[in-house]
Design a protein around this ligand. Sequence first.
Ligand code: FMN
Length: 162
Amino acid sequence: MKKAIILCYSFEGYTLQMATFIKENLNIDLHEIKPLDELKSKGFYKYIWGGRQVVFKKKPELKPFDIDFDAYDLIFLGSPIWAGTFAPAIRTILEDGIFKDKEVAYFYTHEGGAGKALVRGEKAINMFNSYIGSLSLLNHVKNLESNKNLIISWAHEMIESK
Ligand SMILES: Cc1cc2nc3c(=O)[nH]c(=O)nc-3n(C[C@H](O)[C@H](O)[C@H](O)COP(=O)(O)O)c2cc1C
């Protein structure tokens, strides 16, 4: 079995909740990535603040973390979709080569407007690592149980694949 860890960024908790389902089911570590400067408000302004970062391809500085990536073969990487792509903190992770030569399984949550998120994610992952698969999850309370089942079976598929 591959050795895996979950990294995720979550602004409002949904992507983290999905990541937690993997953590509990596969019994692997989960690390939540946090930018140093995070918007405190969850009001409408978040779309302007977040959208602007995406448009300008910002790579926010992250709170330091200590992970020995040599110990892992596979990274489960989770992000909410912002303005049709992964969140800025994930850009920092992927484009700065925070880890390299790993298999990356990418899951993302959105509200039905994922647009080109998958191709953008795949391209960014392949800069330093190898994209091995993805899972798109619609953020809707009604889908919680079905998303839980989806992400658990997908995570098994990813970790057991050759
Ligand atoms: C700044 C910002 C931009 C967003 N842009 C999109 C988008 O382009 N398409 C979409 O479907 N959802 C968009 N959303 C909604 C989130 O992708 C969705 O609610 C996600 O599940 C939130 O995950 P989180 O709770 O882990 O932060 C956006 C949310 C924010 C805060």
